[in-house]
Design a protein around this ligand. Structure first.
Ligand code: B12
Length: 215
């Protein structure tokens, strides 16, 4: 039964079927499935397959956009169902997708899970320039700056953010965490980011570690 709903979710995303994706998200939650499990075993493998199909030339932009719509609809329903921690914990994070990159599905899942774990999060959305990450972190009195990138061509913006922080004399003030499909621990080390996370759950874990290191 559960396996079946995951398979249907994968298919709905590949087909770009927004209504079915929404219905499956609601049905899965209604059946008591854990929101993250529904995401991790159903919708995320679906959008990853879409990425592979697009990458190998078997799916084109209109199909990619339809699948992204189905994924976004399901994500919104599932994110809204993640139980929220009532007490806020000490820890403020600004997070956004870097300049030039419009992908925000994964970043939005990370935001939801961080909030669900009691962190205060300012979501800057997408297409965020390095100077804006810094300005908003200053205003929000953030502890951590998180950036997401899905395009290999915009990974460099994460490096520019590190450089801008150093130039402004703020590198010690904020911890940074990077994520997104092409991002690795190796990349984080190379640019001097303080942490890398491979998914939203790992993000929460790494944010906790970073906060423990703050003075
Ligand atoms: C959906 C999608 C789109 C949608 C995005 C909709 C949206 N609002 O996000 C649309 C249709 C708009 C789109 C557009 C394009 N796309 Co696109 N897209 C994808 C696709 C299929 C899925 C991305 C996704 O949502 N994954 C699901 C989420 C849950 O995973 P995730 O983002 O990796 O996030 C998780 C982790 O990485 C981590 N994480 C992510 N961010 C962060 C941040 C922090 C701080 C932390 C801690 C963790 C973390 O946690 C998340 C949750 O677990 C990918 C393929 C892929 N497999 O990545 C291609 C892909 C990224 N796209 C690609 C391309 C080429 C494009 C376009 C250039 C196509 C075009 N010619 O126009 C445009 C780019 C426009 C732009 N300037 O950004 C390529 C990139 C290739 C490359 N080498 O850079 C990919 C890889 C497809 C491919 N195989 O070729 N795309």
């Amino acid at each position: 039964m559960t396996q079946n709903i995951f398979e249907q979710a994968i298919k709905a995303v590949i087909d770009g079927d927004v209504d079915t994706a929404a219905e499956l998200a609601r049905r899965g939650l209604g059946e008591g499935l854990d929101p993250l499990e529904l995401m991790t075993n159903g919708f995320i493998p679906g959008i990853n397959r879409v990425g592979d199909l697009f990458g190998s030339g078997k799916l084109f932009i209109p199909g990619l956009v339809k699948s992204a719509d189905a994924m976004q609809k399901a994500t919104a329903i599932i994110n809204a169902a993640i139980p929220q921690e009532q007490e806020t914990v000490n820890g403020k994070i600004v997070i956004g997708t870097v300049e030039g990159d419009m992908h925000d599905i994964g970043k939005t899942i990370v935001v939801s899970l961080l909030r669900a774990n009691g962190f205060e999060v300012l979501d800057l959305g997408r297409d965020v320039a390095p100077h804006r990450f810094i300005e908003e972190a200053e205003k929000f009195k953030a502890d951590i700056i998180g950036s997401s990138t899905l395009l290999t061509t915009t990974m460099v913006v994460q490096k520019e953010l590190e450089e801008a922080l150093k130039k402004a004399g703020l590198k010690e003030k904020y911890k940074t965490i990077v994520g997104g499909a092409p991002v690795t621990q190796r990349w984080a080390n190379r640019i001097g980011a303080d942490a890398f996370a491979q998914d939203a759950g790992d993000g929460v874990k790494k944010v906790r570690h970073l906060l423990a290191k703050l003075p």
